[in-house]
Design a protein around this ligand. Structure first.
Ligand SMILES: NC(=O)c1ccc[n+]([C@@H]2O[C@H](COP(=O)([O-])OP(=O)(O)OC[C@H]3O[C@@H](n4cnc5c(N)ncnc54)[C@H](O)[C@@H]3O)[C@@H](O)[C@H]2O)c1
Length: 271
């Protein structure tokens, strides 16, 4: 194996030896972030409600020359969140980086929006982020360092029909991020959010499938093409591009940045 082909391992890379906890790390953007961080030398702890494939993702992470742990976690459960953060500390001795990626999407007409669905989205997207931030930050504060990255969305920077709960939840994630950042600044901890545009994941499939019937778009491919017309760069954002932005926010390169909600959307939303 040539040097270029060798994984960065623990001693090299922008996150060498750091311990990163990633919720929603089983797939999609969370998994891409896990692999990017691992390639930069971070040890990774994956947490997800879907536990079935976590061992396989952990094995992919370890193949990059770092350590990986994982646990089943529903981010809406305070005791479970606490136990998961404890498990990260037990495994790696500390938490340097928290990425809140766990999230859900649903679409309904507002006048018929089921209260239970509203509560579910708020619970996972907002309360889950709150609980994970609180539990990890209680561990970061005494060490006077840490990086927290919350996944908001362009949905946190605009409005759209049939998506009230998701859009409200992603606005809330930005408000939470900004407020917590102001409180954590004196402890030397950075708290920022990422606002992705359209990224091809299971969640985006759910967007196409559940918004489609409301807008009479025909099939999901037609709706995708319609939605792409609203992106000045005319393309989806790759999950690996989001992972590179997360790497910036997790590394010392962004030590001077906090309370931000960075948009990566192909120009769809101007920050
Ligand atoms: N895909 C997009 O276009 C897009 C755009 C903007 C923002 N985002 C945000 O990025 C994040 C990741 O989304 P994705 O596209 O990778 O979606 P995804 O559906 O592929 O992954 C989401 C992950 O969260 C997990 N999860 C859901 N509920 C959970 C819970 N209660 N506890 C723990 N884990 C739970 C799922 O099991 C899944 O692994 C989400 O917060 C999403 O809102 C996605």
């Amino acid at each position: 194996m040539s040097n270029e082909q060798k994984p960065a391992g623990k001693l090299a890379g922008k996150l060498a030896g750091k311990a990163a906890a990633i919720t929603g790390g089983n797939q999609g953007i969370g998994k891409a972030i896990a692999l990017e961080f691992a390639a930069q030398g971070a040890n990774i702890f994956l947490m997800d409600r879907k536990a079935g494939t976590l061992p396989a993702v952990a094995a992919e992470v370890e193949a990059l020359g770092v350590e990986a742990g994982h646990c089943e976690l529903d981010v809406t459960q305070p005791d479970g969140v606490e136990a998961a953060m404890e498990a990260v500390e037990e495994r790696f001795g500390r938490i340097d980086i928290l990425v809140n990626c766990a999230g859900v999407f649903q679409s309904h007409r507002f006048l018929e929006y089921p209260l239970e669905r509203w509560k579910l989205l708020m619970d996972v997207n907002v309360t889950g982020t709150f609980l994970c931030c609180q539990s990890a930050l209680r561990r970061m504060v005494p060490r006077r360092r840490g990086k927290v990255i919350n996944l908001s969305s362009i949905a946190g920077r605009m409005g759209a029909p049939y998506r009230a709960a998701y859009y409200a939840s992603k606005h809330a994630v930005i408000g939470l991020t900004r407020s917590v950042a102001m409180e954590m600044a004196e402890h030397g901890i950075n708290v920022n959010a990422i606002c992705p545009g359209m990224v091809d994941t299971d969640m985006f499939d759910t967007v196409l499938e559940t918004v489609g019937p409301h807008v009479d778009a025909g099939d999901t491919e037609k709706l995708r093409a319609e939605m792409l017309k609203r992106v000045p760069l005319g393309r989806m954002i790759e999950k690996e591009e989001i992972a590179k932005l997360a790497l910036y926010l997790a590394s010392a390169d962004s030590d001077g940045m906090t309370g931000q909600a960075l948009v990566l959307s192909g120009g769809m939303v101007l920050a």
